[in-house]
Design a protein around this ligand. Sequence first.
Ligand code: GDP
Length: 363
Amino acid sequence: MEHLENDQQYSGLTVNSGVSQPPSVNPYLRHRRKPMPTAAELVEGILKGDVTQLSRAVTLVESTSPEHQSIAQEVIEKCLPYSGNSRRIGITGVPGAGKSTSIDVFGLHVLKRGGKLAVLAIDPSSERTKGSILGDKTRMEKLSVHPDAFIRPSPSAGSLGGVARKTRETIVLCEAAGYNNIFVETVGVGQSETAVHSMVDFFLLIQLAGTGDELQGIKRGIMEMADGIVINKADGDNINRAQLAQAQFRSALHLFPPTTSGWMPEVLCYSGYYELGIAEVWDMIDRYFDFVNGNGYFEHKRRQQARYWMYESINEQLKNNFYRNPDVEALLADRERLVLENRQSSFIAARDVLDFYFSRIRK
Ligand code: GDP
């Protein structure tokens, strides 16, 4: 069709009809996508320390698809005999405490001794906040480009139990891939500390001084879990306040019952940003490992944790099996309505739904 602009009166301006736009999607891409790896391929890659295969396996662990899960479980089982040979360290602290800054420098410190480091996270809120706050690799600038560091954000979907199980399984895969240092990071604001505590050997609590609520602000339970409390940002004008907080924490710890390991948790000051006191923090952690290896607590705790995860895994799968059953779902919706309308008691409604479920299983 002739363009209006091509009219004589607009001479000097011509518009060509143009060429057709090539598609922006490569039509051959589909054929080039790699097929789903087999469990054997993944295991072989992982045991060789192949990061691509490790990442693919972790993605399957995190997937909710039954097909992916079954491959993942096979991979985990085959990797189990090669796992366990690592130091697992949990790191927690409120947002802004300096976890990422510190993990960056702690990580480099650890890697100077050789070996490899995996940084994992448990952040059950990540789904709610759309995008994990712990997931951003760029927060750990130096580690994220280090060839011996593997950084994986928190699995995002599901309940805390589900997220924690996936991280626990990822630890197995990382260890089989030769990662002999595992950091598990979590935000110190909720239940996730308990989950992290149940999968690590040493639990490090990062605190800040000078907020005026040093002791009040921390849940007692979290402090009791800590094997080490470190007060970050002990630099510049903040040094005195950090030392004051250190003294307060030390005396507060004395009020707690002795730990089952026999280890007396230590309190240290450091600065992640200015890299002050890093070696001291790590010396403390070394002392802890010497101590618990010496008295047998290390092995004991690992076995207790294995048992805990067996039950956690059973609980989670039972719950999923129950709540994802379409008939149960329909009956639940019905009973929920009756309970809300005050026409049936909660206990009778619960019993009815469970009876229905169990009678289904028995068949
Ligand atoms: P996260 O939310 O716990 O991961 O905390 P970040 O590592 O992101 O740190 C929060 C803020 O505190 C950032 O602006 C850091 O630069 C700052 N920060 C971290 N460590 C230190 C430190 O040792 N000293 C000082 N002065 N600031 C720090």
